[in-house]
Write a protein that binds this ligand. Structure first.
Ligand SMILES: Cc1ncc(COP(=O)(O)O)c(C=O)c1O
Length: 285
């Protein structure tokens, strides 16, 4: 299968198996880089501009100068999509500071490494949506710049492993006061009373592109929205849900083995999900 896959690496389109980076790449040695994931449905990219703007911001926050314009990067992303066999694709973009002899302080003049790959977009089956996902909670052990889409994802890997070992799909990070921050690879929302609630954007959460789509959809439909610290045991909480590029909105019906609300996907999650899917379909019309 991988014979037919093509990756972009530093100016070249190469078969996946011969696409390599240097063993002294700082991404490999220090996780010194950032990434982005963009979904493409049938040739139509979902919100590519906000994704590329977030990538540019992540680069700036770690003092990497994006080695090309966002427009040139967008063209490369489209080219990688075209050269690979997936109709619905998940395009992965990774930019690291480049390769050099291993010292913490990067020498001046490094040329950033740029890698772009395409894989089948994993779309959750309807049966999963109808059942809802399950999550666990964990004390947040991550660094204090979760707003940067860093490739240093060890805490999230451990969180996902712990969730899987307990039969769950996602781990929700809690701060020291027990507030729900976000998942390992998702933003988290609750319905409390009639209000859609999610943690505000700060150093503890990634500004998810799907998170902003969901908030925009809710506001457009006059659903009250609050971006504030919240807890899973808050009175009036009836629904929990997660958002990400690969999930759109996915209801969470079990947390730590306990049903959320009545244990079924709630109306807010399902309404937001169907608005978002309708938008994606309209984009392809
Ligand atoms: C920690 C974290 N939060 C949230 C998200 C969701 O972001 P987006 O909606 O842009 O995919 C991700 C996606 O990878 C993530 O890793």
């Amino acid at each position: 299968m991988s014979e037919s896959l093509i990756a972009y690496v530093n100016g070249e389109f190469l078969p996946m198996e011969s696409a390599t980076v240097h063993i002294e790449d700082r991404g490999f040695q220090f996780a010194d880089g950032i990434y982005e994931v963009v979904a493409c449905f049938n040739g139509f990219f979902l919100d590519i501009e906000p994704h590329l703007e977030r990538l540019d911001r992540s680069c700036r926050e770690i003092n990497i100068i994006l080695p090309m314009s966002q427009a040139a990067l967008s063209d490369l992303v489209q080219e990688v999509y075209k050269r690979n066999p997936f109709r619905n694709a998940m395009i992965y973009i990774q930019i690291t500071r480049g390769a050099s002899a291993r010292t913490h302080l990067p020498p001046p003049g490094l040329v950033p490494t740029v890698v772009i790959t395409s894989r089948q977009l994993p779309i959750p089956p309807d049966t999963k949506v109808a059942q809802g996902a399950s999550a666990i909670t964990l004390q947040d052990i991550r660094w204090k710049r979760c707003d940067i889409k860093s490739i240093a994802l060890l805490a999230s890997v451990l969180g996902k492993q712990e969730a899987a070992s307990r039969g769950a799909e996602e781990a929700i990070w809690l701060d020291e006061q027990g507030h729900a921050l976000e998942g390992c690879s998702t933003n988290i929302f609750a319905t409390i009373g009639d209000t859609l609630v999610t943690h505000p954007l700060d150093h503890q959460v990634l500004g998810g592109i799907t998170r902003s789509m969901a908030l925009k959809a809710a506001k457009a439909c006059n659903i009250p929205v609050e971006e504030r610290a919240w807890r899973l045991d808050e009175p009036g909480l009836s629904e929990c849900m997660m958002s990400s590029t690969t999930n759109a909105i996915m209801p969470i019906t079990l947390v730590n083995g306990q049903a959320v609300g009545d244990g079924l996907p709630g109306p807010m999650a399902m309404q937001l999900r169907s608005w978002m899917l309708a938008d994606m379909e309209a984009m392809q019309a």
